[in-house]
Design a protein around this ligand. Structure first.
Ligand code: NAD
Length: 265
């Protein structure tokens, strides 16, 4: 299916999944706006598609004024977006200080606040700003919110137990889980709120994406996941293409789970 009539904004478009979403949408003919905190081209892994339909804009999605300003620039130079992929999010990186992956009882509240500001408020802000443009331009749109299996079910802490060997206990932190859960109900809220305005809102919940993780982690993960491997970014991009396109015209408020069976048991 051609997506030549689509203008897609991808928040966090310079990240691992965002780059694949951009490439897949461009290949289907869409215009793509990569919106990210950091749009330095050197961040792009592999060869960047040479397309005049690929645009880059810098903004912090947790700052509404910044998003409003950048959205106005996008509308005047590219057009009113009819696809919004709320993909930007933060999680504790492997290099994070020990407290970021320490016990729940002492988990820093400021880390929860920070994750909330980007993962939840940032998504709300982009829905407000770009949704308003769709409404005022009478543009039918598709909003795709990227959650995670960890927004649906609790992390299996056992698969991270090897990280605690001989050191401090290591846990997948609570901030990511609770912010990713919020996305599920934001989707449902907006799907009903905008149902009659032609704006569809759906979630994609991926399982872990392969990204050269360490050997022990991969062994643990592969043992746990029914399909026996992590996802490839292209496999999540397929779900994005479907929800962006008119083939999913009767889908709104749904959660498309692309998880290799993780949540099946
Ligand atoms: N990678 C996985 O294993 C996995 C699994 C399930 C769900 N997800 C979800 O998929 C999405 C993309 O994940 P990823 O692995 O590509 O992440 P990533 O860290 O590679 O990319 C995230 C991007 O968001 C940008 N960003 C962060 N804060 C921002 C802000 N305030 N404003 C604008 N941009 C900001 C970063 O600069 C980065 O380019 C996230 O929502 C993540 O939770 C990822």
């Amino acid at each position: 299916m051609s997506l030549a009539n689509k203008i897609a904004v991808i928040t966090g478009g310079m990240g691992q999944l965002g780059q694949h979403f951009a490439t897949a949408l461009l290949a289907k003919g869409a215009s793509v706006v990569v919106l990210d905190l950091n749009v330095e081209k050197s961040r792009w892994k592999g060869s960047m598609p040479a397309s005049e339909k690929l645009h880059f804009y810098q903004a912090d999605i947790s700052n509404k004024q910044e998003v409003e300003k950048v959205a106005a620039r996008i509308v005047s130079s590219v057009g009113i977006p009819n696809v919004l992929i709320n993909n930007a999010a933060i999680d504790a990186p492997p290099s994070a200080p020990a407290s970021e992956n320490g016990p729940f009882e002492d988990y820093p509240l400021e880390s929860i606040q920070k994750a909330f500001d980007v993962n939840v408020l940032g998504t709300v802000i982009c829905c407000q700003v770009f949704g308003k443009q769709m409404i005022s331009g009478k543009v039918a749109g598709s909003i795709i919110n990227i959650s995670s299996i960890y927004g649906m079910v609790s992390p299996v802490q056992d698969i991270y137990a090897y990280k605690s060997k001989g050191g401090s206990p290591w846990f997948k932190p609570v901030a990511y889980s609770i912010t990713k859960s919020a996305i599920l109900n934001l989707t449902r809220y907006l799907a009903t709120y905008w149902g009659k305005n032609g704006i569809r809102v759906n979630t994609i919940s991926p399982a872990g994406i392969f990204n050269n993780q360490d050997k022990e982690f991969l062994e643990e993960y592969h043992r746990r996941i029914p399909i026996g491997r992590m996802a490839k970014p292209e496999e999540i991009a397929e779900a994005v293409l479907f929800l962006a396109g008119d083939g999913s015209s009767y889908m709104t408020g749904s959660n498309m789970v692309v998880d290799g069976g993780w949540t099946a048991w």
